[in-house]
Design a protein. Structure first.
Length: 316
């Protein structure tokens, strides 16, 4: 059955005056995911109805939707919005968990439109096509819900603008759970055309996801560097700048065979090139998946032969 993904791009959010010190970092992380910031954002009064409708359109088991709403609202309802953290959303992910099969986890920075297309294919897991995030994306797509928050006396605050940190904390928790579910080979697509490099400090991948790709579960990182190969832009290539930093970190974490960087020519911000970039990136992912699948079959065969030999010696 086909899966359809809607990415929130752009998402309009409000940065409160009291969060001014954190605003540049938060804005950078949100922009990394194709999300932008505006001056003001209010919670709709019928947020619960909107959530439940979106949930029932996403989940095949709609009985989970009321528990999902209760857990979601518990993160920010009857609370000071400036005190909401990523951990406060953990209960929501107990109801709508993040899952990812080995060798399918796809991470990204600055290439939202490309990931939207790749995430529609089977055997691809991303933070964009998880049920937990698709519910929130559907609220935006169908009802233009761009933020949410409560206060000390109400589940939702429909009067005051919401701090961007309440929504950013949700996406941080999505990223954390998704990274913790990864195993085998993990993939990352970055925009090498971006000023400041592909692997930037103000990104969910750098701050939240890569630190959680621990070598006890993840054995290898395959990078896809998307940049304009025809010149005209000071592009960052594999082994250069921030990608060299990522390479060194990955090799330290996963060993000499734990890192590979591939180039894909194109500009991911050009809508006419997105489909081509997505196809080229998918080909790289499929090649790695076939290779890992072959190793898995070889390992399984080796284990079977070893057991047969042991059985032979025991019997005879």
């Amino acid at each position: 059955m086909a899966t359809f993904i809607i990415l929130i791009s752009p998402l309009l959010l409000w940065v409160p005056a009291q969060a001014a010190d954190d605003a540049p970092m938060i804005s950078g992380m949100m922009a990394d995911r194709g999300l932008s910031v505006s001056n003001e954002c209010h919670t709709p009064s019928n947020l619960e109805d909107i959530f439940l409708r979106a949930c029932r359109n996403v989940l095949s088991d709609s009985a989970r939707c009321v528990p999902a709403w209760n857990a979601f609202a518990a993160a920010f309802g009857f609370r000071d919005p400036n005190a909401v953290t990523a951990e406060d959303y953990s209960g929501y992910f107990d109801v709508v968990p993040v899952v990812s099969a080995p060798n399918t986890s796809l991470f990204w920075s600055g290439v939202a439109d490309v990931i939207e297309k790749i995430s529609k294919y089977p055997n691809i897991s991303s933070s964009a096509n998880q049920e937990s995030s698709r519910i929130i994306n559907a609220m935006f797509a169908n009802d233009n819900v761009t933020c949410w928050c409560g206060n000390e006396t109400a589940i939702v605050d429909t009067v005051n603008p919401c701090p961007v940190s309440v929504t950013a904390a949700f996406w941080e928790r999505v990223s954390a759970h998704f990274a913790e579910s990864a195993a085998g080979t993990a993939f990352w697509v970055g925009d090498g055309n971006r000023p400041g490099g592909a692997y930037q400090n103000t990104s969910f991948f750098t701050k939240v996801e890569f630190p959680r790709l621990t070598p006890d579960r993840v054995k290898r990182l395959v990078v896809i560097d998307v940049y304009n190969c025809s010149g005209g832009i000071a592009a960052e290539r594999c082994g250069e700048g921030t990608l060299l930093e990522l390479q060194n970190q990955a090799l330290t974490k996963y060993g000499n065979s734990g890192y590979e960087c591939n180039k894909v020519c194109g500009n991911p911000t050009d809508k006419q090139q997105v489909a081509m970039i997505a196809r080229s990136s998918l080909n790289i992912i499929r090649s790695e998946q076939m290779l890992r699948s072959g190793y898995n079959h070889l390992e399984a065969t080796t284990h079977i032969l070893t057991l047969l030999l042991l059985l032979h010696y025991v019997v005879y």
